[in-house]
Design a protein around this ligand. Structure first.
Ligand SMILES: [Zn+2]
Length: 306
């Protein structure tokens, strides 16, 4: 059965790139609603922005969605991962600013409050997006692929010259609460030298050593160091789950990403929906639903974070 959140929960914080403060409220929504954002600070025109692949504006550093009236919400990937990873299919996310608060740079604060509040079951079956044929996209030495499977897996590889990150690879079946146990507390990361370049372009204005893992060479500059030795690849998997949630339905298939980012995962979804015979929607039996992200999540399995 589809889920929504039991009661409204709110978060206040600063946007990573805009540096602007915002309060965000996740509200329950009926079956079939999906996830939609509502800019409550915009009085004129259509302020609803659907969290869908075809509403994504091409960006490198975060996932930004935009409606026909030009109303946008930025950096939605971590809250989208939290909703998908906790098995929430329907929610209205009200926000009074242009960017989702970055909080600690991971999805853990969203996941903790969602699981403390709990889910409400709705009287409609889940429809999953089943991959029938392999689709892939490639740009330079980065690529991403969706291939058929009866479960959802994410497989990710990164290769950074900085020794503090280096080469990392991880693969994970997303059922049985693995998102909550293994991915949700991993934070966004960047190089100190990139921070300086981003600031010059008016980005990362809200970035601090507390809401991102900042590295330079073999050093982790953020106090407290890493939450996991391979925190960087885990965060890329978190981002991938959030970006794939913009398909509008949980995916039955394997996502493989190598040096991929937000723009590439969105290009992959566009390729999927453009390819005839590459997918179908299946009505989930309880057996299929048990293999989707969100199945078997427990608050008690959430890692303790400093
Ligand atoms: Zn991220």
């Amino acid at each position: 059965m589809q889920n929504t959140i039991k009661t409204s929960i709110s978060f206040t914080g600063t946007g990573l790139h805009s540096g602007k403060p915002a309060t965000l409220v996740i509200k329950p929504a009926p079956a079939g609603h999906g996830v939609k954002f509502l800019r409550v600070d915009i009085a004129l025109g259509d302020a609803v922005v659907p969290a869908r692949w075809d509403a994504v504006e091409q960006t490198q550093l975060c996932t930004k969605i935009l409606n026909a009236s030009g109303v946008s919400v930025s950096t939605i990937e971590h809250i989208m991962a939290a909703l998908a990873g906790c098995g929430i299919h329907n929610a209205l996310v009200e926000i009074d600013g242009p960017e989702v608060p970055i909080l600690d740079g991971s999805a853990e604060p969203f996941v903790r409050k969602i699981l403390e509040t709990g889910l409400r079951k709705l009287e409609e079956p889940i429809w999953a997006l089943k991959i029938l044929r392999e689709v892939s996209v490639k740009r330079g030495d980065a690529w991403a692929r969706l291939s058929p499977a009866d479960e959802m897996k994410i497989d990710f590889s990164i290769d950074f010259t900085d020794e503090a990150i280096g080469r990392q690879h991880k693969t994970l079946n997303m059922a049985n609460g693995s998102f909550v146990r293994e991915l949700c507390d991993s934070r966004t990361f960047c190089r100190q030298s990139d921070v300086d370049a981003m600031r010059e372009q008016g980005l990362a204005l809200g970035g601090t050593l507390e809401n991102a893992v900042v590295v330079e060479g073999d050093k982790v500059l953020s106090p407290g160091g890493l939450r996991h030795e391979d925190e960087a690849v885990r965060h890329k998997m978190l981002d991938a789950l959030g970006d794939l949630a913009l398909a509008g339905a949980p995916i039955l298939g394997i996502y493989t990403g190598s040096r991929a980012g937000h723009a590439m995962t969105n290009a992959l979804l566009r390729e999927l929906f453009d390819t005839e015979g590459a997918y179908c929607f299946v009505r989930c039996t309880p057996g299929i639903a048990a293999r989707l992200p969100g199945a078997g999540v427990h608050l008690g399995e959430l890692p303790e974070v400093a």
